[in-house]
Design a protein around this ligand. Sequence first.
Ligand code: APR
Length: 262
Amino acid sequence: MNKSGAGELQQRLGRARRVAVLTGAGVSAESGVPTFRGADGLWRKYRAEDLATPEAFRRDPKLVWEWYDWRRQLIARCQPNPAHQAIAFLERRSQDFLLITQNVDGLHRLAGSIRMVELHGNIWRVRCLEEGKTTENLDVPLQAIPPRCECGGLLRPDVVWFGEALPPEALQEAFDAAESCDVLLVVGTSAVVQPAASLPMVARRRGAYVVEVNLEPTPLTSLANESHHGKAAEILPRLLAFDSAFRNPHSAFEGPGGPCSP
Ligand code: APR
């Protein structure tokens, strides 16, 4: 804790050339979006092999789309929470920044995040299996299940299913950021799904200061420089001095961007 009471993280953020943040379903939990492996997680109620694999879609595209339409209707009722907002605030105060999200819900962008990659795609985009074209579709509910492209081709959700490769550009950008960041925040991920789960190890090995925020310990906890267990929407604004920065422009953490103008 330095003289202005700033913790190690804030000191590091104040000196950081490059900052990266990795998020998972836990960052959207307080917005009402179910996680996958938590107590009421989706994979406790539904079988991933029936709903989130290319084989499942080939077998029964209607069933898969009914499930994605349900998730879209649920997410459409959700708003970004203070954890999303604190991450967007950190981006505005960071010179070189990348948000790496595993979430497909689009809430980070709604919170104002710009410099980001969606490793697992986005539930508000669809892809034509004939033309390979990707388009945005915000219909809630979907007008037809399964939805079809103007060309008549079957559309699929533009998300990454189990057994599928991640978008190569997004993956490369994510690993580049992990390899060169000075600070990596890891928020609300169980860190069991690869390759995203390797990013913190890469960053740590390259000397980055790794900070975990999660309701409970994860396989990352022993590796992180700091681990904060609790709700992201409560912890992250405090850790990033998000609120105080607006009320008190001379907050402990003054990144290269300087105090923000409310
Ligand atoms: N604040 C902080 N952390 C939370 C909160 C909260 N309010 N609620 C839950 N968590 C934590 C849980 O403790 C858990 O470690 O968030 C994590 C969510 O883990 P998962 O449900 O496994 O989600 P995620 O890590 O994003 O899954 C990775 O797996 O199913 C696939 O493609 C899907 O992107 C997803 C990937």
